[in-house]
Design a binder for this molecule. Structure first.
Ligand SMILES: *Cc1c(COP(=O)(O)O)cnc(C)c1O
Length: 385
């Protein structure tokens, strides 16, 4: 057993370390669907890999430890994780969601869970007093992201957790943008944490995965039942890739954040840039709250160019920074929320919540920052009309 006090060490030694049979320092990939049983009626520890697999179990123990929860669960994607959590609810229940949630979260509620009579409403979760007024008797949960996608809106997570407790409903936080290295919602009283581990936890744009962490045994039993019943589990090899990715989370994020802070100031001072959204800038919405609940402003930046810059040309002119969905990998990526990540949100709603057609979202990688910034600089110059 390892001894450590800090998360940098937990990232490497946490959960289940190595292999008890061979003393391999890495958890092996247990590429098996089933396990031989000793005899009838003797309940085995491992019986079938949808129910449990040692590689996946090591990852699940690791994420539970990192988030400070009691149990973790690994799924085949972030959306499979979100779907499992939403499967806790029943016909007639309603969920309040923050106005900038991930487009896919909105879509699964709007187009799938609505078929089962589970409702949702989009609320400004930054205003806790207004949010409380929306908690009618059918509301059973509040689901938020902070910073939220793509305007990096900050919600007070402790206030949401307290509000949910007061009304005996669940608080759910999608912590994808921050990871437990920068923000730990369960320590603030949140009931359920969700991750698209496809992003920073995996970190190398080579695996699609989702994680859920809870801090209550009853809730853990329910999620385990849903995970085994609906079956959207993470494969052993992908579980291995995630464990491998998580080991370097601290060093990657330190560089990501250092680069992001430089990029945010670069954009803020640039004459072509109308507005920058980054929770690490002192004049950003929710700066003080973010500072209280997170280690720093994170990595994601959104910005708008003035109207005399052609954004189609801007995207075409980038050479190092790739136009792509997703975020959180070592390489810098850029996307256009209105036509990409948030295209499933109808135009009118997008306008209302501030996802304009001119908005650009940047996921700053860990390349040399001067190379990233000169690429952005030349693309801005190319796009001027
Ligand atoms: C990407 C993402 C998801 C969805 O995760 P997948 O792994 O793509 O299924 C959910 N929430 C946030 C905040 C995301 O960025």
């Amino acid at each position: 057993m390892s001894e450590y006090k800090n998360i940098e060490s937990a990232l490497i030694h946490g959960g289940i370390y190595g292999d008890e049979y061979t003393k391999a320092v890495n958890v092996p990939i247990y590429q098996t669907s089933t396990y031989e049983q000793n005899g009838l009626g003797e309940t085995p520890k491992w019986e079938y890999s949808r129910t449990g697999n040692p590689t996946r179990a090591a990852l699940e123990a690791l994420i539970a430890e990192l988030e400070g929860g009691t149990s973790g669960f690994a799924f085949a994607s972030g959306m499979a994780a979100i779907t499992a959590v939403l499967s806790l609810f029943h016909t007639g229940d309603k969920i309040l969601i923050s106005s900038n949630v991930y487009g896919g979260t909105f879509r699964v509620l709007d187009k799938i869970f609505s078929n089962f009579g589970i409702g949702y409403s989009i609320e400004d979760t930054t205003n806790i007093n207004e949010l409380e007024k929306k908690i009618t008797s059918d509301v059973k949960a509040i689901l938020v992201e902070s910073p939220a996608n793509p305007l990096l809106t900050v919600t007070d997570l402790k206030a949401v957790a307290d509000l949910a407790k007061k009304h005996s409903i669940l608080s759910i936080v999608d912590n994808t943008f921050m990871t437990p290295y920068l923000q730990r919602p369960i320590e603030l009283g949140v009931d359920i944490v969700i991750h698209s581990a496809t992003k920073y936890l995996g970190g190398h744009s080579d695996v699609v995965a989702g994680l859920v962490v809870v801090n209550d045994d009853e809730l853990a039993k329910k999620i385990a039942f849903i995970q085994n019943s609906t079956g959207g589990v993470l494969a052993p090899f992908d579980s291995f890739l995630l464990i491998r990715g998580i080991k370097t989370l601290a060093v990657r994020l330190d560089r990501h954040v250092e680069n992001a802070e430089k990029a945010a100031y670069f954009l803020k001072e640039h004459k072509a840039v109308k507005k920058v959204y980054y929770p690490g800038l002192p004049d950003a919405q929710g700066y003080e709250i973010n500072k209280k609940q997170a280690k720093n402003g994170g990595v994601m930046i959104s910005f708008e160019l003035y109207e005399n810059y052609n954004i189609k040309k801007f995207f075409k002119s980038l050479k190092l920074v790739a136009l792509a969905e997703s975020l959180g990998g070592v390489e810098s990526l850029v996307c256009h929320p209105a036509t990409m990540t948030h295209a499933s949100i109808p135009y009118e709603i997008r306008q209302k919540i501030g996802i304009t057609d001119g908005l650009i979202r940047l996921s700053i990688g860990i390349e040399n920052i001067d190379d990233i910034l000169s690429d952005i600089e030349q693309a801005i110059a190319e796009s001027e009309e």
